[in-house]
Design a protein around this ligand. Structure first.
Ligand code: TXA
Ligand code: MG
Length: 315
């Protein structure tokens, strides 16, 4: 079983041996290894059971350090970096040769971010290499937002889980790349489109395809609970599934008649709802219900990211 603790030196020692450690970030927990070492990176793929065509995000602690492994930081990228790092934003930038092809699945751009978590920033500062880290869940399952979530699923495979408490954002980072110099959001996430557009003006949002992982990480069925999850009008769905033990994942409203109800934000706040989303999905998945009924939330702020995750969880 893994050790859960807050000892940065323990995490550092393991990482220096080209082994992997689970790390906290403000978005979700990551499964981290030395991004410059193929042996470490290969372990990440194998523990996560992740197909090698799905590239990894590289985490670092400063824009200065980033320059060691990207060839340039275009103007808009720098504006975003300065406005939102450390924070829930990932940028796709041209990579230097020291980033192994395994990290980027052979693409010439590497996904990079500076995460906003004090323990992980301290860890990154203490290392002389960046950390490649996907979310610390088995491929296709719900992302972890506590150290215990990681232990529940990868406890036999990860020696050490650095415990930074519950993630404050709760959904993965927003990924921005440039297609013919046009800023393009490749994954909606913990930084809202509104905030990005306030800094660099209008952005495209990439239409997501189910079978083309080169529009990356965007496999249609993802973040999925083990029991079926269905989106729609909750009242109608309850009637349709009356013969089953029902769990309801609702935005604001209470459904006291069902077996189990998780309300994402009683005050109707999408930021609060994002924080609770994955923990709620896990809880309902394991509560003994036979089906999870849910609904989309308002598509503003982090609502876009929430609805994206709900859609994939229902796919
Ligand atoms: O918030 C986050 O981003 C978390 C924390 C741990 O930082 N990480 C995360 O990693 O969500 P992961 O591996 O679960 O998702 C990374 C996404 C994938 O969809 C992947 O396809 C995309 O980033 N990606 C990574 N490298 C890429 C690249 N070079 N070009 C395009 N997309 C890339
Ligand atoms: Mg993931």
């Amino acid at each position: 079983m893994s050790t859960i603790g807050q000892n940065i030196t323990s995490a550092k020692t393991i990482l220096q041996q080209a082994k992997i450690v689970a790390i906290p970030t403000e978005t979700v927990y990551g499964l981290a290894g030395n991004a410059l070492d193929v042996i470490a990176v290969a372990q990440i793929f194998s523990v996560k059971k992740r197909p090698s065509f799905d590239p990894l995000i590289v985490h670092t602690h400063s824009i200065e350090a980033l320059k060691n492994f990207v060839t340039e930081i275009p103007k808009q990228a720098l504006q975003l970096a300065q406005a939102f790092w450390p924070g829930p934003l990932t940028l796709l930038l041209p990579k230097k040769n020291n980033i192994p092809d395994l990290v980027t699945s052979g693409l010439d751009r590497v996904a990079v971010r500076i995460p906003n978590h004090p323990l992980t920033l301290e860890l990154l500062q203490s290392l002389d290499f960046p950390l490649a880290a996907p979310s610390a869940n088995p491929f296709g399952y719900i992302s972890p937002t506590t150290a215990q979530h990681v232990a529940d699923q990868l406890g036999n495979e990860v020696e050490y889980i650095l415990d930074g408490g519950a993630c404050t954002i709760g959904v993965e980072s927003t990924i921005v790349g440039w297609e013919n110099n046009i800023p393009t959001v490749m994954r909606v996430g913990g930084l809202s489109i509104e905030e990005i557009e306030r800094v660099i003006g209008p952005v495209n949002i990439q239409a997501v395809s189910s079978s083309n992982p080169a529009a990356p990480g965007m496999l249609k069925s993802h973040y999925a609970p083990r029991i079926p999850m269905i989106e729609g009008n909750i009242e109608e769905l309850i009637t349709q599934h009356a013969s089953k033990k029902i769990a309801v994942l609702s935005f604001q409203k209470a459904y006291p008649s069902v077996y189990k109800n998780y309300i994402l934000s009683a005050k109707g706040d999408t930021t609060e709802a994002a924080q609770h989303l994955f923990a709620a999905m896990r809880e309902l998945d394991t509560c003994g219900a036979e089906v999870i009924l849910t609904e989309y939330v308002p598509a503003t702020g982090l609502g876009l990211a929430i609805n994206d995750r709900l859609k994939r969880a229902c796919a």
